[in-house]
Design a protein around this ligand. Structure first.
Ligand SMILES: O=c1ccn([C@@H]2O[C@H](COP(=O)(O)O)[C@@H](O)[C@H]2O)c(=O)[nH]1
Length: 312
């Protein structure tokens, strides 16, 4: 088996990476073509059962391949949730690899929702796993967690830029527990200056958004460092002083459907940045399966609603 020589820099530019347009540009085109909707691939045990599949790695693979087959060409992106593959161990990871390969072959963009984040040296290994051309686990973009400090994400930021891939950095997540961390006041300003006790820093969410904005400065039509901003967060963008319009990157908005957000929430949450939003829905679409036509109809309905709310 051939292996890269020890010490081979992960930033090696392969011919594939050199010919790939940046993720932000590819996603902007896909959203224009198919509507601003990402369909989540979350093979929950209950969904596998409802589709007549076993709760095994083979069941997860079959489920995922059916979703890709039904939805490629009808949604801007698909988002496999890594946890549902990992729970089946190495065979589950192989199913994720097969899912990503099928999506690549079908021409639909992939966001691997693995929410990785660690100290910089370990983040380098995560970047190699999910963003390097040579990795079978690489999609078009990866969700990452900035809670070890935004700068710890640098290896992923660098490798994504080199290989034409993207990131979605957690900013204002859709779950009700998020505010205890994301609304808190940060200890530093975007320039790294430490705040004194007397002057509270920006909110953590605003700081994360400011870092993403700096990385996307000048990119057109859209930068490749996106944020995760849940569609369920109410007025948290205003409450945290988060400037989403300045980010100039895609905003992945989970929480549509099963978590309760709909057209109204999409229309009111994102302000002037709503044209950059990629609404994301998993269970609400997947429950329409397993018939491919029913899945497609559910995705089309969700995509039309997202288009009305975000681009109407
Ligand atoms: O803030 C976040 C970040 C990620 N997610 C993920 O999106 C899907 C949501 O699934 P639904 O079935 O549409 O509720 C799931 O994979 C989450 O881990 C999120 O919900 N919120």
């Amino acid at each position: 088996m051939s292996r890269p020589a020890p010490g081979t820099p992960s930033s090696t530019v392969t011919p594939a990476a050199a010919s790939r347009a940046p993720f932000g540009a590819r996603l902007a085109a896909a959203m224009d073509d198919h509507g601003p909707l990402c369909a989540g691939i979350d093979p929950h045990a209950a969904l596998l059962d409802a589709w007549g599949l076993q709760d095994t790695a083979d069941g997860v693979r079959e489920f995922s391949l059916r979703v890709v087959d039904a939805l490629a060409g009808h949604v801007a992106a698909v988002k496999p949730q890594a946890a549902f593959y990992e729970r089946h161990g190495s065979a589950g990871l192989a199913a994720l690899e097969d899912t990503l390969a099928a999506a690549r072959a079908a021409g639909v963009l992939t966001v691997v929702d693995a929410k990785r984040g660690d100290i910089g040296s370990t983040m380098s290994a995560y970047a190699d796993a999910f963003l390097a051309d040579r990795s079978p686990l690489a999609g078009d973009a990866l969700t990452v967690s900035p809670y070890l400090g935004f700068g710890s994400l640098a290896p992923a930021v660098d490798l994504a830029a080199t290989t034409g891939r993207g990131l979605f950095v957690l900013c204002l997540t859709s779950n009700p527990e998020g505010p205890e961390v994301q609304h808190a006041r940060a200890g530093t300003r975007p320039d790294g200056a430490v705040q004194g006790d007397a002057a509270p820093g920006p909110s953590v969410a605003a700081l994360v958004a400011a870092h993403a904005a700096a990385l996307n400065a000048g990119a057109a039509p859209l930068g490749s460092v996106g944020l995760v901003v849940g569609a369920t967060i109410g007025d948290a963008v205003r409450a945290t002083g988060t400037d989403l319009a300045a980010v100039n990157g895609p905003l992945l908005a989970p929480g549509v459907g099963a978590q309760g957000a709909g057209e109204r929430e999409l229309a009111t949450t994102f302000g002037a940045a709503r044209g950059n939003v990629l609404a994301s829905s998993s269970r609400a679409i997947l429950r329409a399966g397993p018939a491919p036509g029913d899945l497609r109809a559910a995705a089309r309905t969700a995509a039309e609603a997202a288009r009305r709310a975000l681009r109407g």
